[in-house]
Design a protein around this ligand. Structure first.
Ligand SMILES: [Zn+2]
Length: 388
């Protein structure tokens, strides 16, 4: 069977936001992006794959049963002892009717994406509503209830025995995924993010390197606020290609959160759509070079929801599926969402505006990023040599 180049896992149930419409996490971003891709002809009906149910045993490998039970009971409006002990009933993860169904559906879709790649149906699979990288084994955190990424990675390792390189470009540290594979030598987790000194969740320092069999396979690249395109790309180039080459993955799992965009209201990095695009293209190149092009990709953060996010993710799909997108975005697409969302959607794929930042500030952040990347790269090389 010749695999399709790329497939999108999606259905209408994934456009529901788990915590309601007054919460910053807006699941409709996926539908806004999908309709944009359809309107431009970059996504065809047979590119879309359905959502399958996750095996319960897989859920049990990633989350504690008592925690899953608490999420389900809370989502059904039933009593839960000490919900705060599970990270529930907080401002980030309030208890909302039906939230468990949404969270489990997101997990189903990311595992479905992993299965498309594992089974050879698709070289690359994308699930835009996934990317819940803060969910821990027994604790909800940062808008995340069920760690769909950890489930997808676990599925790839169990189903195929593959070595998995997880790359997380979200502005926030991928703490839940790192914790899930902290002691695993067969899963590399690499997170590039705004430093935990200045941003939630506070972790992801460069000296977090894993333990036991996983010593050296947790890799962190913390960035200062106002790191821009040039700074982020140079730091990526100084670290990520060597780490991926040394690890030798069979597949790359990418968390493609886009809250590193300068317009994002929740983080303070200064990338543009072009910078995000350059990073995505580099990850795809690495997959071509080291694992036959195999990739499982999810969305993630991105809270400039109707302006930066659909453009960045549309461009990502263009790379994954090798399809061209026009720069002028369809008027009918803009009009339909403007009415539903009460928001103005962008007229062009390319961004015309740039952040107005003092070059001395972005220059300092870029130098810092490069210095961190080089230190982390050297330490990784030493640990990899010791492990041989
Ligand atoms: Zn984020």
């Amino acid at each position: 069977m010749t695999p399709r180049v790329a497939m999108l896992v999606d259905d209408p149930t994934l456009a529901r936001s788990p915590f309601g419409e007054h919460h910053p996490f807006r699941a409709e971003r996926g539908a806004v992006t999908r309709t944009l891709l359809e309107a431009t002809g970059a996504l065809r009906p047979d590119d879309v794959a359905p959502v399958e149910r996750v095996d319960e045993r897989l859920l049990g490998a990633v989350h504690d049963a008592a925690y899953l039970d608490a999420v389900v009971r809370a989502g059904r409006g039933e009593h839960v002892d000490d919900p705060r002990g599970f990270g529930l009933d907080t401002s980030d993860c309030p208890i909302v009717d039906g939230m468990h169904r949404v969270a489990l559906r997101v997990a189903d879709a990311s595992v479905s994406a992993a299965e498309l790649v594992a089974s050879g149906q698709a070289l690359r699979a994308l699930h835009l509503t996934g990317g819940m990288h803060h969910a821990h084994r027994a604790r909800a955190s940062g808008f995340c209830l069920v760690n769909d990424l950890a489930l997808a990675i676990e599925h790839l390792t169990r189903r195929k025995g593959w070595r998995v390189a997880y790359i997380d470009l979200d502005a926030h540290h991928g703490d839940g995924v790192q914790a899930a594979f902290w002691e695993r030598g067969d899963v590399l987790t690499l997170s590039m993010h705004q430093s935990g000194r200045t941003l939630f969740p506070g972790t992801g320092a460069e000296d977090e390197i894993g333990a036991g069999a996983g010593l050296g396979t947790s890799v962190n690249l913390p960035l200062d606020p106002f790191t821009d395109d040039a700074g982020a790309v140079a730091a990526f180039d100084a670290l990520v290609p060597d780490v991926v080459a040394s690890f030798g993955p069979d597949v790359i799992v990418l968390q493609a959160g886009v809250d590193a965009h300068w317009r994002d209201p929740l983080a303070r990095l200064a990338l543009t759509g072009d910078g995000l695009d350059a990073l995505f293209a580099r990850v795809i190149d690495l997959s071509e070079r080291w694992c036959g092009g195999r990739m499982v990709v999810t969305g993630g953060g991105g809270y400039d929801a109707w302006r930066s996010v659909p453009r960045a993710w549309a461009r990502l799909w263009g790379h994954l599926a090798r399809r061209e997108l026009p720069d002028d975005l369809p008027e009918a697409w803009r009009a339909s969402w403007a009415e539903r969302l009460g928001a103005t959607l962008p007229a062009t794929l390319g961004e015309r505006d740039r952040p107005a930042l003092d070059p001395s500030v972005t220059g300092r952040a870029a130098s810092h990023a490069l210095a961190v990347a080089r230190r982390v790269s050297q330490r990784f090389a030493l640990l990899a040599r010791d492990a041989d």
